[in-house]
Design a protein around this ligand. Structure first.
Ligand SMILES: Cc1cc2nc3c(=O)[nH]c(=O)nc-3n(C[C@H](O)[C@H](O)[C@H](O)COP(=O)(O)O)c2cc1C
Length: 172
């Protein structure tokens, strides 16, 4: 495995906590943990393996009125970045109770941008151990990354991350 980074945002909430936990579980690969606030395209270019962490804050996720200005700034950089030759995985924070019909939608939106821009998307996960109604993050019967719900099932996060790290170790 080549060099690896976890690009995440926003700062200080569930995404941040899960990003830190993931980095600790991947300690042997020594991933760089990079807050997207000030990240640039040349930061993305430095890594062969990229993991993104994002939350879904309604359908206006990147609208500044919801305060998710980190992704509002970084998403255009991702959208115009050429991911050819890069292995990429995404984890997405969401709430499967309150937003059962829009569960981790942003993870799906981000994952599709990566594929469209030539990235090899890995770390897809079966929805069978999740309870929800609908999600834009589903494709061909799989989640396009790892959903995590720290609001209503935080007790499952650790096991989910452990399973995903094992999967990434095989796929990356
Ligand atoms: C205004 C608002 C809208 C949300 N919309 C969704 C949604 O559409 N789908 C979903 O799965 N979670 C939704 N959530 C839940 C968040 O994704 C979840 O609380 C997440 O852990 C937040 O992580 P963060 O604090 O790192 O941003 C929403 C939360 C808020 C506050």
């Amino acid at each position: 495995m080549g060099n690896i980074a976890i690009f995440f945002g926003p700062e200080g909430g569930s995404v941040h906590r899960v990003a830190r936990s993931l980095a600790a579980k991947m300690e042997s690969q020594a991933p760089d943990l990079i807050l997207i606030n000030e990240a640039t395209a040349s930061d993305l270019a430095r890594y062969d393996h990229i993991i993104f962490g994002i939350s879904t804050i309604g359908r206006d996720t990147w609208d500044q009125k919801f305060g998710n200005i980190d992704w509002a700034r970084f998403m255009p950089i991702v959208s115009s970045f050429d991911f050819t030759g890069k292995k990429v995985a995404v984890f997405g924070l969401g709430d499967h109770i309150t937003y059962a019909y829009h569960f981790v939608n942003s993870m799906g939106i981000l994952a599709r941008v990566i594929v469209k821009n030539g990235g090899q998307l890995l770390g897809k996960v079966s929805p069978e151990n999740y309870d929800f109604q609908d999600s834009e993050a589903l494709e061909a019967g799989l989640f396009l990354g790892l959903p995590v719900d720290e609001d209503f099932e935080p007790e499952l996060t650790d096991g989910r991350l452990n399973g995903w790290v094992e999967q990434l170790n095989r796929e990356f």
